[in-house]
Design a protein around this ligand. Structure first.
Ligand SMILES: [Zn+2]
Length: 402
């Protein structure tokens, strides 16, 4: 019960009313909600126009909403957020309940957070902040450009600058990542949200177009990339300049990125092989294929994610698998470490503006690292009351940890 019903005295002065905070229960519909609260379905649903009725279908499981009740326990007002900008406002006027959709008033704070890695970025962010959302936005922004699993070592540092919206004094909606720095084995990697709403790395290269590190679905890695490995039985150094993905014969193989096929034929120990040229001198190779997709031949342009072939065990292969390689100007690199291809590079005025923006963020990151302030959870922000006709509440300590 406590999970869904968290009382906090936010607008205690509101006509002697109390505001209660609830969480929208899984699967609850707006109509059921009205009935449960003895609210009139005619005024608050059936009499609404179609557009307003449709809005009531937008209520999402897990949202927090507020109910203000009179001293007698009657519902005075309800605020039901529909997204991060709009909310349903149910209120009482001359003893009748009314419905309106109104903008959400939120304040936005820019916050900085840093953590020294212990296990994984995701786990460490959640442990430090208790926020899965922060971990999520971090992971998605760097997802395809860095491989956290193998690259990040304990002791590496991560810094995030992000904007967090607050509604009624509580963190609200998905934070927006403005800049981040993450060390991978001591090497600093940056990402910045530019004015064009796209992420760029420290060189001003757009970091949103990528090669896939795993151009096959439902396969598991059976042999990792290694530049040199001492084979304990054969007693010699070996290399595996690609990644093997074990999969059933016939499993579709995708093009890891946009490009054109520069080779599609048998190639000795590679068996049936496809090679695709990408921008910036990158090339991907797909070996031991059973067959090529109809129409796939040398010279053909392909799109990222397009099916090009099927898993087999042709050439020197002990069982059905895809051998996948990534090369830059001929040199083999681990596809899981470097799968980012810069497709857009900022230039001229745009580059200069971006450099200023990046410099500004770098200073913030620097100063944060120098000062190492502790992360505060929950954030100490003054709760604002946005209910109708409210008078500002006295400063009150929040009783909740969320
Ligand atoms: Zn292999």
């Amino acid at each position: 019960m406590l999970r869904f019903f968290i009382l906090f005295l936010l607008c205690a002065s509101l006509f002697g009313a109390e505001v209660e905070r609830y969480r929208w229960i899984n699967g609850e519909t707006y109509l059921v909600f009205l009935e449960k609260n003895n609210l009139p379905t005619k005024e608050l649903y059936y009499n609404l126009d179609t557009e307003d009725q449709r809005l009531t279908e937008e209520l999402l499981t897990g949202i927090n909403y507020q109910v203000a009740k009179s001293a007698k326990g009657e519902i005075e007002q309800i605020l039901l957020p529909l997204n991060d900008e709009l909310q349903i406002h149910i209120y009482k006027e001359e003893d009748k309940y009314k419905f309106e959709a109104i903008p959400i008033i939120a304040t936005t704070e820019t916050e900085t957070f840093s953590v020294i890695m212990q296990q994984s970025p995701i786990g460490d962010i959640v442990r430090e902040t208790g926020s899965k959302k922060l971990a999520q936005i971090f992971a998605t922004s760097f997802k395809n450009s860095l491989n956290f699993k193998t690259g990040i070592k304990p002791g590496d540092t991560l810094v995030m600058i992000y904007e967090q919206k607050y509604r009624l004094g509580k963190p609200f909606s998905i934070p927006s990542l403005k800049a981040a720095m993450v060390e991978v084995s001591g090497k600093k990697n940056f990402i910045y949200l530019n004015d064009d709403e796209k992420y760029y790395d420290e060189k001003g290269s757009q970091a949103e177009e990528f090669l896939l590190g795993r151009p096959i679905a439902g396969a598991r890695m059976t042999s990792p990339f290694t530049k040199k490995r001492f084979h304990p039985v054969l007693k010699k150094w070996k290399a595996h300049l690609g990644i093997d993905y074990g999969a059933r014969p016939g499993t579709p193989v995708f093009a890891a990125g946009d490009g054109f096929i520069n080779y599609a034929a048998n190639a000795g120990s590679y068996g049936n092989l496809i090679r695709i040229s990408h921008t910036d001198g990158f090339e991907t190779r797909y070996a031991h294929l059973k067959s090529f997709k109809n129409g796939v031949r040398k010279g053909k342009n392909v799109k990222k994610g397009e099916v090009i072939a099927y898993v087999g065990t042709t050439g020197r292969s002990t069982g059905p698998h895809l051998h996948f390689e990534l090369r830059k100007k001929g040199v083999a690199i681990n596809p899981l470490n470097v799968v980012q291809v810069a497709t857009v590079n900022l230039q001229g005025k745009q580059k200069a503006a971006f450099d200023r923006l990046a410099k500004n963020y770098n200073e913030k990151i620097e100063s944060h690292l120098n000062n190492k302030p502790e992360y505060q959870k929950p954030r100490k922000t003054r709760a604002k009351c946005y209910f109708y006709n409210e008078t500002p509440p006295p400063e009150e300590e929040e009783a909740e940890n969320s």
